[in-house]
Design a protein around this ligand. Structure first.
Ligand code: ZN
Ligand code: ZN
Length: 423
């Protein structure tokens, strides 16, 4: 692949953004490369930081469409059917996917309830809906509509957390089997089906091919000129002025994400501040036979280890303690290094940022575990679970760190290093 360094935008004479369809700016390091012609099965990588620029799919659009329809059917079934049944102390309780959020609201944790409801029910459905409407409407519906719709597919993806929810369920289930008889119900299998079919749709989707079939503008010059700006939503490259709208997806174009450093800092610092109460305050209170015990995150992990569930204890330790701490420290380092224009370890920092972006969502395991436990153990003085303040602080830490990572623009690291090069 040919490549050229991105030049700082100079206002072109024409004010209408022009697509540079054959070129792409790497969203992670800012290198502008020439995209190869479509070769099914081939992945076009950024020559500098190895970020996949265009994973070309072998399958026709109808395959991800069929997978998404199957996932939606599984989803509808999972929402309607019971999820788990539990029998303890001669009492019986049944939970649906919506029981957890409803119970959290009743306990006064509306914000946690809204978060769980959104990432397990609304966003997965919205993602499937967008995919089905876009793929089935390619020939039928007006392209501006589809472009306005499809631009939300990628930003929604990390927030559709059925996979993380299932892992949270696994932790809750293993805890419950110690005290009660738990029956897995049909909705659980439907949820697994939904997650697998959704992953197949995601994996076989060719974003670039969809954007080019939605694109009605005529390609502009064949090489990037000064003033080329890439869109952070649809990744197209255009000759445009900062503040123009992307001709493909109507996002406002900025050479780099606006206020990336200050937003990155404020979100990281807010998360660091909340990380302390999230670990000090109890996460949940468990009542068993009229005796109530408070659990912090660490207590929960120790309890799992004490009953011999080492793999689960390690998993929760990694997801709830290590990942958030790693995100805070790494973001602090990345932000400081960018501000000071460090030139060393650019590739390493870019990869570290990419890993943070990928794994951040898995910290939600503990929040989901609490939402499942409060939904199931509702036997008053015999056995019940209450969410506590720590759960709210921890959920806020996860959301803030996810935004801290995604609001930062890793290309700024490369820009800052280059500025230092040229006196
Ligand atoms: Zn790159
Ligand atoms: Zn765009």
């Amino acid at each position: 692949m040919q490549s050229a360094m991105a030049s700082p935008p100079v206002p072109p004479e024409s004010f209408t953004p022009q697509p540079l369809s054959a070129w792409r700016e790497c969203a992670h390091c800012g290198l502008v490369s020439h995209l190869p012609t479509r070769r099914p099965g081939f992945v076009a990588d950024c020559p500098r930081c190895a970020q996949a620029l265009w994973p070309m799919q072998r399958r026709h659009h109808s395959f991800p469409l069929a997978c998404a329809v199957a996932a939606l059917l599984f989803y509808l079934f999972a929402v309607l059917a019971p999820f788990l049944e539990i029998e303890a102390y001669g009492r019986f309780s049944l939970a649906r996917l919506t029981t957890g959020p409803a119970e959290l609201i009743a306990q006064g944790f509306g914000a946690v309830a809204a978060l769980v409801f959104a990432v397990t029910l609304i966003f997965p459905a919205a993602k499937l809906g967008i995919l089905i409407i876009t793929l089935s409407g390619l020939e039928l519906l007006p392209k501006p509509w589809l472009r306005a719709l499809f631009r939300w597919y990628e930003p929604l993806s990390p927030w559709a957390m059925l996979d993380v929810y299932l892992l949270g369920f696994l932790v809750a289930y293993t805890r419950l089997t110690a005290t009660a008889l738990v029956h897995l119900d049909t909705a659980l299998y439907a949820l697994i089906g939904c997650m697998l079919a959704g992953a197949a749709a995601d994996g076989s989707l060719d974003h670039e091919a969809i954007w080019s079939s939605l694109d009605s503008s005529t390609p502009g010059p064949t090489a990037p000129e000064a003033g080329a700006i890439s869109c952070h939503r649809c990744h197209g490259l255009f000759t445009a002025l900062p503040g123009d709208r992307c001709p493909r997806c109507t996002t406002i174009l900025h050479p780099r994400r606006a206020h990336a450093l200050s937003r990155g800092w404020s979100l990281t610092l807010a998360a660091a501040f909340l990380y302390i109460p999230a670990n000090i305050y109890p996460f949940m209170a468990v009542t068993k036979l009229a005796r109530t015990q408070d659990f912090t995150i660490m207590h929960g992990i120790i309890e799992l280890a004490e009953v011999g569930l080492w793999p689960l204890a390690l998993l929760v330790f990694f997801a709830s303690i290590t990942i958030p701490l790693m995100k805070l420290l790494t973001m602090g380092y990345i932000l400081t290094a960018t501000q000071q224009g460090h030139t060393e370890a650019l590739l390493l920092r870019t990869r570290a940022w990419r890993i943070l972006d990928l794994i951040g969502r898995w910290s939600m395991i503990d929040v989901f575990m609490v939402s499942i436990l409060v939904a199931l153990l509702r036997f008053g003085q015999f056995a019940s679970v209450r969410a506590e303040l720590g759960a709210l602080c921890f959920a806020a830490v996860v959301v803030l760190t996810m935004f801290a990572v995604s609001e930062f623009d890793p290309r700024l690291m490369w820009d800052a290093a280059r500025k230092d090069d040229t006196p």
